[in-house]
Ligand binder design. Structure first.
Ligand code: GRF
Length: 203
């Protein structure tokens, strides 16, 4: 069984869904550790409550990314835990060279919009304000550009007239919890190939 790590900065509902699916056998992976840049992340508490290793790693002085020496420490910790696949789930830092090089093609992220529309932050509100009639979520590989790597899977939800950003976010989140497990299962199974930007399932 492959080892995964979840990196999360906050609430941890995607982590919670991943843990639930590991516990009920839907997700065939071993959660080697949960790492956060935020000591108070609910995600760390969720991991501990379920008996998984929860680690806070000093993110250093920058707000939105990690200086190389701090990111190297993330690499070291992930390597020590023999992590095969890094799953970002609300990790609020841009991933740079140390992690990208050490875990090439082995970092994935979940984003609450249908990429390439609405990359970045606060995207449920942006989708609503833009007036799109469908939004959703995307699991994608992480590369040097934000929310720009090859798409593994997506799910669409309708945007309804009476939606607020909170209501739309909740509708999308429900799908996030479902598709992240599907995507992780696919990647750890190795039953895919990449053609250009396309992630194609193989048997
Ligand atoms: C999710 O909406 C995810 O798509 C985005 O950050 C949020 C994290 O939520 N990247 P949670 O911490 O998993 O509840």
């Amino acid at each position: 069984m492959k080892n995964i790590a979840v990196l999360a900065s906050g609430r941890g509902s995607n982590l919670e869904a991943i843990i639930k699916n590991i516990e009920n056998g839907t997700l065939q992976a071993n959660l080697a550790c949960v790492i956060s840049d935020n000591k108070d992340a609910r995600a760390l508490q969720i991991a501990r409550d379920h008996g998984f290793k929860a680690i806070w790693l000093d993110p250093g002085p920058k707000k939105t990314w990690l200086l190389p020496e701090f990111e190297e420490n993330y690499v070291k910790t992930l390597q020590e835990h023999k992590v095969d696949l890094i799953c970002l789930a609300g990790f609020m830092r841009i991933i740079k060279k140390p992690l990208l090089e050490a875990f090439k093609g082995r970092i994935i992220n979940i984003h609450p919009a249908l990429l390439p529309s609405f990359p970045g932050l606060d995207v449920q509100r942006k989708a609503l304000e833009y007036g799109v009639k469908f939004s959703g979520c995307t699991v994608h590989f992480v590369n040097e550009d934000v929310d720009a790597g090859a798409i593994i899977t997506q799910a669409a939800v309708p945007v309804l007239d009476e939606d607020t950003p909170e209501i739309l976010s909740a509708r999308i989140l429900k799908e996030e919890h479902r598709i992240y497990t599907e995507a992780i299962n696919l990647i750890v199974s190795g039953k895919y190939r990449i053609a250009g930007r396309r992630v194609i399932k193989t048997s």
